[in-house]
Design a protein around this ligand. Structure first.
Ligand SMILES: Cc1ncc(COP(=O)(O)O)c(C=O)c1O
Length: 416
């Protein structure tokens, strides 16, 4: 092995092997450093999780579920996965956890395929109102394999639970799904679970965005009254990207596990599972609760600042980490708005708002960077004035640059 030319390349650095990629990554790092990050689905991964992701496990074939008998030496992976699942169950009080899904979208498909037959009916929170496409959206396989109807919001942005109950009574879905991708208030999962129970449907809560708040006790935990709950681990749970979490009642475990693997994927990333296990230990600590309190207070400050500047807010404000500015009346186009914000040092993302234009903003990354609620309020005021008055505000760009410098991005693995 030592004489092979390939072996000699193993010790070369990224910069030596692929300077173009090294430069692109460096560019991203510089962008991160100089911008104020308001992307609601982003975070900064703690170093311990990154160490697990960049470990020997990245090369391990971890196919199957514990106990793995198909590979010699599979017991280490078994222990890692059991630890991850045990910690996940303890965090949420769940009967069963599956931590293998390669994304939350795949986790959602596994749930649908595990518990329903093709063509069965689902009722979900409308993606156009802030739900997620993997809950029966027409362009997603969940909307193609199952027959979906949706409930949404009233004119004031409140969720129309009466409509949900009425549609459920008539449509008789086999499953009700609720979860938000761009809805800033809490969904009343308990009420929706009751509607599901009344019509003999299963209830599935997708807490991809709010799972960190659930862990910190700042959002009701739907696990005790849901058949199944899924989550991302890279949004408010603050871990590395990719990898979904499924929590369910024991009675659904075998069907969902099978639907995921081998039904949808083969070997999971051993490194991803290990990093999640580390993350679950981290977020059980009191420091995480304090962070989540800062995240919610930050979103409230941001909403107050935007409202003070005169920006209309979807659903009137926030109860989570997320604020959605309703920019329907402003004349911004999606590319012009994103480009203008980026030029001034702000990263965020636009979202369709029942046909109009919304700007989705989240407080998690900047709360991790130490911005407090009064800082968020000031940021909301500047941002609001910019959104309403348009491009070219030099003071805005300077303010943002100063904010980014005073609240630096955590170093990750880059200090090694
Ligand atoms: C509610 C909800 N579910 C699922 C997903 C999908 O997550 P992933 O990107 O891990 O597939 C998202 C992503 O934004 C989401 O908001």
């Amino acid at each position: 092995m030592r004489d092979l030319p390939w072996a000699a390349l193993f010790t070369h650095t990224l910069a030596q092997i692929d300077p173009a990629m090294e430069e692109l990554i460096a560019t991203q790092r510089v962008q991160n450093t100089h911008s104020v990050n308001l992307v609601a689905s982003e975070t900064y991964s703690p170093r311990a999780t990154l160490e697990a992701e960049a470990s020997a496990l990245v090369d391990k074939n971890a196919s199957g579920y514990p106990p793995r008998e198909g590979f010699g030496g599979g017991d280490v992976m078994d222990r890692i996965e059991r630890l991850a699942c045990e910690r996940a169950r303890a965090l949420f009080g769940a009967e069963h956890a599956n931590i293998q899904a390669l994304s939350s979208t795949i986790a959602n498909v596994a749930v649908l395929r595990g518990l329903l037959r093709p063509g069965e009916r689902i009722l979900a929170f409308d993606p156009a109102a802030g739900g997620h496409g993997s809950h029966g959206g027409g362009r997603h396989i969940s909307g193609q394999e199952f027959e979906a109807k949706f409930f949404g919001t009233r004119g004031d942005g409140s969720v129309d639970y009466e409509a949900a109950a009425a549609i459920a009574a008539e449509f008789r879905p086999r499953m009700i799904i609720a979860g938000s991708s761009a809805y800033p208030l809490s969904l009343d999962f308990r009420r929706l679970a009751g509607i599901a129970r009344d019509v003999g449907a299963l209830f599935f809560a997708d807490i991809a965005h709010v799972s960190g708040l659930v862990i910190a006790g700042l959002h009701e935990n739907p696990v005790p009254f849901s058949d199944v709950v899924t989550s991302s681990t890279h949004k408010t749970m603050c871990g590395p990207r990719t990898g979904g979490l499924i929590l369910c009642r024991e009675e659904h475990a075998a069907a969902i596990d099978r639907a995921l693997a081998p039904g949808l994927q083969a070997a999971p990333g051993g490194h991803i599972i290990a990093a999640r296990a580390v993350l679950f230990a981290l977020v059980a600590r009191p420091e995480f609760t304090t962070l989540m309190q800062a995240v919610v207070a930050g979103a409230q400050g941001l909403a107050e600042g935007l409202a003070a500047a005169g920006v209309p807010l979807y659903a009137g404000g926030t109860a989570t980490h997320m604020v959605v500015a309703d920019l329907g009346g402003t004349g911004w186009s999606v590319p012009a708005l994103n480009a203008a914000l980026f030029r001034h040092g702000v990263v965020a993302n636009t979202t369709g708002l029942s046909g109009g234009l919304g700007l989705r903003l989240g407080s998690t990354p900047m709360a991790i960077r130490g911005l407090d609620s009064s800082g968020f309020r000031a940021l909301g005021r500047w941002l609001g004035a910019f959104l309403l008055n348009g491009v070219g505000d030099r003071g805005f760009a300077e303010g943002i640059a100063a904010l980014a410098v005073h609240h630096p991005v955590p170093p990750g693995l880059e200090l090694t």
